[in-house]
Design a protein around this ligand. Structure first.
Ligand code: GCO
Length: 481
């Protein structure tokens, strides 16, 4: 039986998010974190500033055919230089939390050894500016921008990379541990492993199961080592990890279909959450993949299972799995990425994770949608009611899960800004805020104003065009005359 499956819709009465919101406004708990999320490589730019070294994503982008629009992260949203304006905009939107990541190549350009104080200075300023604006920083140590020098020495399939990560985590904690209280070690180990080392869609572009298995263990080990370091330096900090989940909806029950459902669920979802929860790697799939676990050394699994304070959950869509690829049953709408929109899978996931593992608290650390963004309102603003509906319907699921006793303490919309969407380049637009790639002018979309209104009142408002009284925090082009 797969653990993260959707409930059988024919056998239950799924809640109707829309009508629930219409009959009674849903109020979120006091103190619920209303945030947006970004990552270093996707927004910072300034890829050679202040001693930053090359990351695997800089190298990957420079290789022909890797990025759909042949773009890169050299400028991105130029957030490295515009972070103050971006923070002011978040404050004006009424957001109370911001999830960002640190670029390892800025902090330890050599991968190991010397710490670059100028690299840390940037995050020091960022954190201070956030705190001044009344926005709580949620820091992620690794969102995929490994120093290239470490890939040259073997990358995540090599154990020394995990050790290097522990030392990097300690350096960051020593500088920021007095002000940052929420630390995530790794973002989406699944993507690091599968896209980076198994299917090659992401940097470093390797395609080898053996490498992927080794990477999966070392990334979890890196989490364990970093957690230990952060706790030693900043004992009051809360430490967790961010995992992405794509719940499996079974299609068919032939023995072969059941087998696939189980392997895909275990290898793509539970592979990371089970060891973190002290349950070890899922045996059925370990066996199917023929993994001899030779990378696992005594003490590793205990380190990986050291209790976390919170689990960060990234959710975008579900996956239907039958006996063959490409199976479809009735599907809802889809986003511009072609990802099915199925909000109920988020509510079911939250309940299922809580029942299965009982982590002390949960955050939805990413949820959002790339939408066509091809309509503008009279004032020129992107009219993205489709994104408003996506956010509304997923937040309704979060509210239901909270009602059911699941300790979800915050929600982070992916993403604050339209940004570099990895192998897709700048095509897909995930932002609440539009970014003009030529001028870097930021302009909140209608969804940003809707989300701001929800964050301000702590209630799930109907998914309609937002109240025009919400202040317009559009950031003008500072270079314009
Ligand atoms: C992820 C990453 C983000 C992506 C987002 C949309 O979840 O894959 O954390 O960096 O941009 O998810 O694909």
């Amino acid at each position: 039986m797969t653990i993260f499956t959707d409930v059988d819709e024919s056998a239950s009465t799924p809640r109707d998010a829309g009508s629930a919101a219409q009959t009674a406004r849903r109020r979120f708990p006091t103190g619920f974190a209303w945030g947006s999320a970004t990552s270093s490589f996707q927004i910072e730019g300034a890829s050679t500033a202040d001693g930053r070294s090359e990351s695997i994503w800089d190298r990957f982008c420079s290789q022909p055919g890797t990025i759909r629009d042949a773009s890169d992260g050299r400028i991105a949203c130029d957030h490295y230089h515009r972070y103050r304006d971006d923070i002011t905009m978040m404050r004006d939107l009424g957001l109370t939390a911001y999830r960002f990541s640190i670029a390892w190549p800025r902090v330890v350009p050599g991968g190991t050894g010397e710490v670059n104080p100028e690299g840390l200075d940037f995050y020091d300023r960022l954190v201070d500016a956030l705190l001044e604006a009344g926005i709580e920083p949620y820091l992620t140590l690794y969102h995929w921008d490994l120093p290239q020098v470490l890939e040259d020495r073997g990358g995540w399939p090599v154990r020394a990379t995990a050790d290097a990560f522990g030392a990097y985590a300690a350096a960051v904690a020593r500088r920021l541990g007095d002000r940052v209280s929420r630390w995530s070690t790794i973002n989406e180990p699944f993507v690091v492993t599968h896209l980076g080392y198994l299917n090659g869609e992401h940097a470093p572009g390797r395609t080898n199961l053996r490498d992927a298995l080794a990477a999966s263990h070392h990334v979890l080990l890196a989490h364990g080592l970093a957690q230990r370091e952060i706790r030693a330096v900043a004992p009051a900090a809360e430490v967790g990890i961010v995992l992405n989940f794509t719940p499996v909806t079974p299609v068919g029950d032939s023995p072969f279909a059941l087998d696939r459902q189980r392997v895909i669920d275990e290898w793509e979802n539970r592979w990371y959450s089970d060891p973190i929860a002290g349950k070890g790697y899922p045996e059925f799939t370990v066996e199917r993949l023929g993994w001899d676990r030779s990378e696992v050394q005594p003490g590793d699994m205990e380190l990986i299972a050291a209790p976390i304070d919170f689990l960060g959950i990234n959710f975008y869509t579900r996956k239907m799995v039958g006996a063959i690829d490409g199976e479809r049953t009735e599907r809802g709408g889809q986003t511009a990425m072609g990802w099915e929109i199925h909000p109920q899978a988020l509510g079911d996931l939250l309940r299922s994770l809580h029942t299965t593992y009982s982590f002390p608290k949960l955050f939805v650390t990413e949820n959002g949608a790339a939408m066509p963004d091809d309509r503008r309102a009279d004032d020129g603003r992107i009219a993205d009611v489709d994104r408003i509906e996506y956010l509304h319907d997923h937040l309704a699921q979060v509210a239901d899960a909270i009602d059911d006793g699941v300790p979800v303490e915050g929600y982070f919309a992916w993403s604050l800004l339209d940004n570099f969407e990895w192998a897709w380049g700048y095509g897909p637009k995930f932002g609440l805020v539009e970014v003009d790639a030529d001028t870097q002018v930021r302009r909140p979309k209608q969804s940003a104003l809707w989300y701001a209104a929800v964050a301000r009142c702590g209630e799930l408002l109907p998914p309609t065009v937002p109240d025009p009284t919400v202040p317009d925090p559009t950031v003008p082009d500072p270079t314009a005359g």
